[in-house]
Design a protein around this ligand. Sequence first.
Ligand SMILES: [Zn+2]
Length: 354
Amino acid sequence: MPDPADTFGTVPNMTSRQRVLAALNREPVDRTPVCNPTSVATVELMDLVDAHFPDANRNPEKMARLAATSYTELAFDSVMPVFSIIQESSALGCKIQWETKDNWPTVRMSEPIWSEPEDIVIPSDLCTHPDTDCVLKAIEILRRELGDDVCVIGKTMGPWSLGYHCFGVEKFLLMSLDDPDKTRRCLDRMKQVTIDFGRAQIDAGADALTLPDHATGDLVSGAYYEKYLQEMHTQFVEDIPIPLILHICGRTVDRMDFISQTGMAAFHYDSKNNPQESMCICDQRISLVGNINNPETLYSKGPETVAEEVRSNLDAHVHLVGAECAIPLQTPIENLKEIPRTVQAWHREHDHRN
Ligand SMILES: [Zn+2]
């Protein structure tokens, strides 16, 4: 497949939504979109629009208002209201620590709700529970208020991540070592949560969905990805009919070939992977997005370092540019604004070549 970047400078102006959706399909774009498959919420943005955690994770109006800032304040091409990874786990019955303004909500892992495949029962109110309904309502609000100009991205957690929340990380990982058959039965029952919540977000108006499934680089090997998840992720492409953006943190070049075969629209990749190396492995079978480092660059360095990382992605013709994962809540706004600024500057330099 030809490199879509070859057509830069020849495509008429697009809306942000058109730009993101085209890049997710590896179709020509007028410029590389700036996209946030995961949260870009910060305390500064919360103050700006008076929508703070924990309310912005539980109240649809506040959730939508905070999410809109990635478009209205930061000039990104997408909005993504699901800041946390625990909305559906709350609906499943996990105990949630909702925390305060400057901290993320977490699942209380010391109180797992399941230990056997037979324990996995999906409650009938999975998508009407206040914490999942909040996401659906926020997507509806964003769609209504921002119209068709901006790409609205939702999020549905994969079964591997749900396993951590509902069984406890250690117990779930030990089970995957000791009893592959039992692990598969668990994943098979949990995958319906991913599908049902994903489809409900499509009905609410989402344009694309991030699907985090934390078979993370440092916890799980590439061979594990192939063994447990590749087939299931391939099936999600049919079961959840909208562009899917798989999110896995850490160094993942050992599984990018498997991920590229799933048919998912994009892979949200971590700064531990080199952009050029990753593009070579994926070979235009899947789009890449992400890679700008969170804990060092966005959180503690200045705009010059942000610009360098954005440029190394653009030089590698990575399809969409953004942060590698949910950004720290104390990230300075100036660093985030530098991402679209550098993208514009890079295109001004490169589109006039001929
Ligand atoms: Zn992550």
